[in-house]
Design a protein around this ligand. Structure first.
Ligand SMILES: N=CN[C@@H](CCC(=O)O)C(=O)O
Ligand SMILES: [Zn+2]
Length: 356
């Protein structure tokens, strides 16, 4: 068998109600992500359903999704809010993530993403003000009272969503209250998000399908990591993120599943496979991106992401003589991962795997 570090998923949106399988059909027929969003679907559809769902309902579906991730080898996952867009629902989502963090084996890094979309009926300026003056202070209070721990702040910095100046103001306000900056940038349009992240000393920027050469250089210089999401480019038929250019110029490249109602994939082994085939990463680079570099993107590389004395004992035991099978066998992880171990304890033993 092979032993490898537990996989780390540096970007996911696993708390929501109302699936969007109907939109998958629209997109297959040619509708773009932004066309669906601007017609009131996409994130807006999920916001409507998530606002209506109870915390218990959200926790129950989150638990199932995190269980699927764990069985696919993920031992630490970043989980975002962002389908509330108002104070009550954002707090409801973050409290659900908190309950999962306290009760489940899988490790969780929690992200406030109240700037995931501009809520219906508000302008960008009004939404920005609500986040900075209402939502963030309420969050800070809950954190100070020990009810909630939030690690990161996120914004969808995109044309037609949050522009560069409003993104800067929100991220800076989050940083001022001690949150790590980890945001969506340069996905559908070149926005100079990479340069903004470097300027703010962001820990990570996700997507980057449209990053420029200057943006790559700025990220490399600042030590801001790139969280690349191969499922998004695949499902939306976007240009692939330029992983090779980033790696060759010294950017720290991590991977994430981007699990959300648009990109329904819980499996980091499948993400690694897509990164190798579509983004031309080597298998070694993909494993590093899904372990130690993903830990770096979450500010946890001192304790997670590699098998070293003094670090947390999160690892996988694979029923294979070469670890590369985990990437090579597309979708085969279900029968390759024999044990998932977190903090030194077996948290999943796979009886579908035949003993050798
Ligand atoms: N691009 C923005 N956010 C998500 C999609 C969220 C959604 O469509 O519900 C992403 O990372 O792909
Ligand atoms: Zn995302």
């Amino acid at each position: 068998m092979c032993v490898i570090p537990g996989l780390i998923d540096a970007h996911s949106h696993p708390v929501w109600a109302g699936d969007r399988v109907h939109e998958f059909a629209l997109k297959l027929a040619g509708a773009t992500y932004m066309e669906v969003h601007q017609a009131g679907g996409g994130i807006h559809f999920t916001v409507t359903h998530t606002r209506q769902a109870s915390a218990d309902q959200l926790l129950s579906s989150l638990t199932q999704r995190l269980g699927r991730m764990l069985r696919s080898g993920t031992t630490l996952v970043e989980c975002k809010s962002g389908y509330g867009l108002d104070l009550d629902t954002e707090l409801k989502m973050l409290m659900v993530i908190e309950r999962a963090r306290r009760s489940l084996d899988i490790g969780i890094s929690s992200t406030y993403c109240g700037a995931h979309a501009v809520p219906k009926g508000k302008t960008v300026a009004e939404a920005t003000e609500d986040i900075i003056k209402v939502q963030l202070p309420a969050l800070r209070e809950k954190m100070e009272q020990g009810e909630l721990s939030v690690d990161n702040i996120d914004v969808f910095c995109e044309k037609g969503v949050f522009d560069l100046d409003s993104s800067r103001a929100i991220l800076q306000a989050g940083k001022d209250m001690g949150l790590q900056i980890n945001f969506h940038g340069d996905e559908l349009h070149p926005m100079n998000s990479a340069q903004l992240g470097a300027e703010l000393n962001a820990l990570a920027i996700s997507h980057l399908e449209e990053v420029t050469n200057d943006g790559i250089a700025a990220m490399a210089k600042a030590g801001t990591s790139a969280v690349l999401l191969p499922t998004t480019a695949y499902i939306l038929r976007l240009p692939q993120p330029r992983a090779r250019d980033m790696l060759d110029r010294g950017v720290i490249v991590a991977l994430g599943s981007d699990f959300n109602p648009n990109a329904y994939c819980c499996s980091m082994p499948m993400v690694m496979h897509l990164a190798c085939v579509n983004m031309r990463m080597t298998m070694n680079e993909a494993l590093v991106a899904a372990t130690i570099n993903a830990a770096y993107a979450l500010g946890l590389s001192q304790s997670h992401g590699s098998l070293e004395v003094g670090k947390q004992g999160d690892l996988l035991i694979l029923n294979s003589s070469r670890w590369e099978h985990l990437i090579y066998q597309f979708g085969g992880h279900q029968e390759l991962i024999k044990y998932v171990i977190i903090k030194g304890n077996v948290v999943y033993e796979n009886d579908k795997v035949m003993d050798l």
